[in-house]
Design a protein around this ligand. Structure first.
Ligand SMILES: [Zn+2]
Ligand SMILES: [Zn+2]
Length: 862
């Protein structure tokens, strides 16, 4: 129901609304940073035990209103309107949910406010100490506060419940009243049998009766509303454990197994019955007898499963650290509990960053602080989770989109209650409601998937730093290829740089061979050069494994008709479709449009379309043809769409049932398989051509990361980079693993053009279903933005407006796309300018289907 368009604030829509809910705060000043006097997350100044019966509360409603609103607290709810709990309130003619932020000051006499209608939660959804952080986030991204909170909470938290209604006498009387609205009547009629009905039973003329109306009916006494938390059965698995209760068995000496079992249990402590049976096979039949004699106790224990479906055994505890690792750990742990510090850990691939994370987390937990670990992708989260669960067992909670709503709710609840002081998750875990955050770890900090690209457009890496600073905690950002901006922050002294320059066990970095593809142009497109092919067959001969990387899924990225010469394009986007052979269709990777490939060329009907351009499917097929005895598998989003596919592929690599793995970017990160000794990059230049100031940085990062997959075991690794630009500084830097060289060249380029880190960016993206009207809207807005500069010379000196220009991807999903880019050379005036642009955007009513949104610190420039 929410449109992406920043709407005109609902608060201003009607005078009656103003009387109903008085705006508590004036519009936020552009530099609002949560206020220096606001309590920090660990301070005792913001306990959940707010004054027990405030007359008024401040509520952030989940709607496009600028800020929080004040509501009165009816006597019956006085004890339960506490910070972090959800409430139902009226907003104009609607009933909406919101979150209590705390007591609000009494309003001047004569100002009327509406009451809170009901309180939805018995316990808060987040600690009150997080409220200043939410305020800062809303202010920084110019996003309404209630929407910010809603977007921060996992969706399972707000949707994992349902209502059930029963009719009251008042409701029965209303059934006969002519003044009862048709929708209410539909509900009352369904309830007329006197039984309790679930909300799905209420269907009016306009479809399902909306939940707020049902809640309102409860408030009006027409029905008794009962809330049921919907928890899908979370599948846990248990196994039987044995604990020794006595040192000696009463059994006769000839029953050796009972005596032996008690000896083992006394020496090694409780263990799984399975393990005990492995050591004393005859004890299996005796266990229940021993339990009956009170010699042992049998109990069920939850088994955590890793993503490969195997039980996670506790690990052997902390590993011995290299001197480098010990130095890094020492710096981090010394800072724990001592106020805010930010560390940038530059650790080459294979240098043992994860072990440092584990030991730093252990130290935080040991002094009573919680730890949040951010990982960019689900496939990597499951690996990180495995390591952390093996070390920390059930103190770990996980938050990511791969969980069901019920599972997410369970995890969230465990975190709020302080039962899981260690949280691992994707970007949204930066909002994990840990009660006393002490350490934030951001793995692969350079990864662009930390940026949320819809609704609240936040960057989780940046918010981790911010939240750490607010809660006087430590943030540790790790990467083999730190982002330029983070590295720059380290040089500026904002972050402390730590480094792990060597691989563990002194394993060498892989050796890199660059293959120049240019000579082959006339001989047709090269998929696998002779050099790479030779290395592949040698690798296979040695019984080792290879990764082949190409960041494009499908079979052919450029299907073209030889008869009419046209490329097969998407009807909704300015993009060529990709041919997917397994499904025999053309697919748009941007909007999902697909058409069958059996019809030939859509323009002229020519049946034999040429499938030019590469994709992972084509590479896989090529390799299967060239190496018929090799077991070739593929990992990309197409494969992932099949349930269980990720697990089976990773398992296949681990168990060496796969010899060559072909894949997209998802194979480049994190995975640690010791028998992969060769990495082939089919086309190193692939991402260089994008019209984006970050193209070089992204390319360098991908190449360095994928190269890092090679040689993580005892055998040395080798990387083959195929490229059309062997002299390009990115390719050279990746070949030599020369981060410093890359950094020097790239920062000079950024400085000359005033791109980050030498400026800040924000972008207004304008889109709509008609080209001319979209362009007109963009031009109109740009003119208004220029007008802002004309009126304020001090801002004019600090801000550059670029555009409007058509986006490089000019049309996606039928929407024409234009952009206006803002460059801020000085922070404060730039923020003030952005605040003014938001007011311009809010004051324009855009036609239905058109939108103009502000993205602060944009990542996607296409
Ligand atoms: Zn044709
Ligand atoms: Zn499309």
């Amino acid at each position: 129901m929410k449109s992406k368009t920043p709407k005109k604030p609902a608060l201003g829509e009607s005078p009656s609304e103003r009387a109903s809910a008085a705006g508590k705060n004036p519009p936020q000043p552009p530099f609002f940073k949560g206020g220096s006097t606001a309590p920090d997350e660990k301070g005792g100044a913001a306990p959940d035990a707010a004054p027990s019966s405030p007359a008024f509360v401040e509520v952030a409603v989940a709607a496009f209103v600028p800020d929080s609103l004040t509501y009165s607290v009816p006597p019956g709810l006085a004890g339960s309107c506490l910070p972090g709990r959800r409430v139902v309130v009226s907003l104009a003619a609607r009933t909406v949910t919101g979150w209590v932020l705390g007591p609000a000051p009494a309003l001047p006499p004569g100002v009327k406010v509406r009451p809170v209608l009901s309180v939805l939660d018995e316990e808060p959804q987040f600690p009150a100490s997080m409220i200043p952080f939410f305020r800062w986030v809303a202010s920084y991204y110019f996003h309404p506060l209630g929407e910010t909170i809603r977007d921060a909470l996992p969706s399972g938290v707000s949707t994992g419940e349902s209502l059930a209604l029963t009719l009251t006498d008042k409701g029965r009387a209303a059934l006969d009243s002519p003044r009862t609205s048709p929708e209410r009547r539909a509900v009352l009629e369904a309830l007329a049998d006197g039984k309790e009905h679930p909300e799905g039973d209420f269907v009016g003329d306009r479809g399902k009766v909306p939940r707020p109306l049902l809640l309102a009916m409860g408030h009006q006494g027409l029905a008794v509303v009962r809330r049921k938390v919907e928890k899908p059965p979370v599948s846990t698995r248990t196994e039987t454990w044995v604990k020794g209760l006595k040192a000696e068995s009463d059994a006769p000496a000839r029953v050796k197994s009972r005596h032996r079992a008690l000896e083992i249990l006394a020496a090694d402590g409780p263990m799984a019955a399975r393990d005990l049976k492995a050591r004393v096979p005859a004890v299996g039949a005796r266990l229940s007898e021993m339990a009956g004699a009170r010699e042992v106790e049998l109990f069920e224990r939850e088994v955590f499963r890793d993503p490969l479906g195997e039980a996670i055994e506790p690990d052997a505890g902390p590993l011995d650290l290299t001197d480098d690792q010990a130095g890094v750990l020492d710096s981090v742990t010394k800072a724990l509990g001592q106020g805010f510090s930010a560390f940038l850990l530059h650790g080459v691939t294979g240098s043992g960053k994860t072990e440092v994370y584990l030991q730093a987390a252990a130290r935080a937990l040991a002094i009573g602080l919680s730890c949040v670990v951010l990982v960019p992708e689900i496939a990597l989260i499951t690996q990180m989770e495995r390591r952390f669960r093996a070390r920390f067992g059930d103190r770990v909670a996980v938050l990511h989109s791969g969980l069901s709503a019920g599972e997410r709710l369970d995890q969230w609840t465990r975190i709020v209650r302080g039962l899981a002081p260690l949280v691992i998750g994707a970007r949204s875990a930066v909002f994990a409601p840990v009660p006393s955050p002490g350490l934030f770890i951001v793995d692969e900090e350079h990864d662009e998937s930390y940026k949320q690209e819809s609704r609240l457009r936040y960057n989780a890496r940046d918010l981790a730093v911010l939240r750490a600073s607010r809660s006087k905690a430590v943030v540790l950002m790790g990467s083999a290829t730190p982002s330029l901006v983070s590295r720059f922050n380290a040089e500026e002294g904002k972050f402390t740089e730590l480094s792990l320059p060597r691989r563990v066990y002194d394993r060498p970095q892989p050796e890199t061979v660059v293959v120049d593809l240019r000579g082959n142009r006339n001989a047709g497109p090269v998929l696998i050069s002779p050099t790479l092919e030779n290395h592949l067959s040698e690798t296979l001969d040695r019984g080792e494994q290879a990764l082949i990387f190409l960041n494009r899924r499908g079979f052919a990225s450029f299907p073209m008709c030889p008869a009419c010469g046209k490329a097969i394009g998407c009807v909704h986007c300015d993009i060529t479709l990709t041919y997917h052979r397994a499904r025999n269709l053309y697919l748009c990777h941007y909007c999902g449009y697909q058409r069958s490939a059996s019809g030939g060329c859509p323009s002229c009907g020519e049946p034999q379309v040429k499938h030019l351009g590469m994709g992972t499917e084509k590479i896989q097929q090529y390799l299967e043809d060239r190496f018929p005895s090799a077991r070739v598998a593929r990992l990309d989003r197409d494969v992932l769409a099949r349930k269980g596919a990720l697990v089976s592929v990773l398992k296949g690599v681990k168990n060496r049932e796969i010899d060559i793995l072909v894949g997209t970017q998802m194979i480049t990160k994190g995975h640690d398989y010791p028998h992969i000794t060769l990495v082939g990059v089919v086309c190193a230049d692939q991402s260089l051509g994008f019209q984006d100031y970050k193209a070089a940085e992204r390319t360098f990062q991908i190449l360095a990361q994928v190269a890092g997959r090679a040689g993580r075991g005892d055998r040395p690794g080798r990387v083959v980079l195929q490229t059309f630009n062997p002299e390009h500084f990115c390719v050279q830097a990746a070949r030599n693993l020369d981060y410093e060289g890359f950094y020097a060249t790239e920062t000079a380029f950024r400085k000359s053009l005033a791109y980050p880190p030498y400026s800040r960016l924000a972008q207004v993206r304008v889109s709509g279903p008609q080209l001319t009207r979209t362009r007109d809207l963009a031009e109109d807005l740009a003119e208004a933005f220029h007008g802002l500069l004309d009126r304020a010379p001090e801002i004019r000196a600090a801000v550059r407006i670029l555009g409007p220009v058509e986006c490089p991807l000019a049309r996606i999903g039928g929407q024409f796309r234009w952009q206006i880019l803002f460059k801020g050379l000085t922070y404060a005036p730039f923020r003030e300018f952005l605040g003014q642009t938001v007011r311009v955007l809010q004051s324009r009513r855009t036609a239905p289907g058109f939108s103009a949104i502000l993205d602060v610190d944009p990542v996607n420039m296409l």
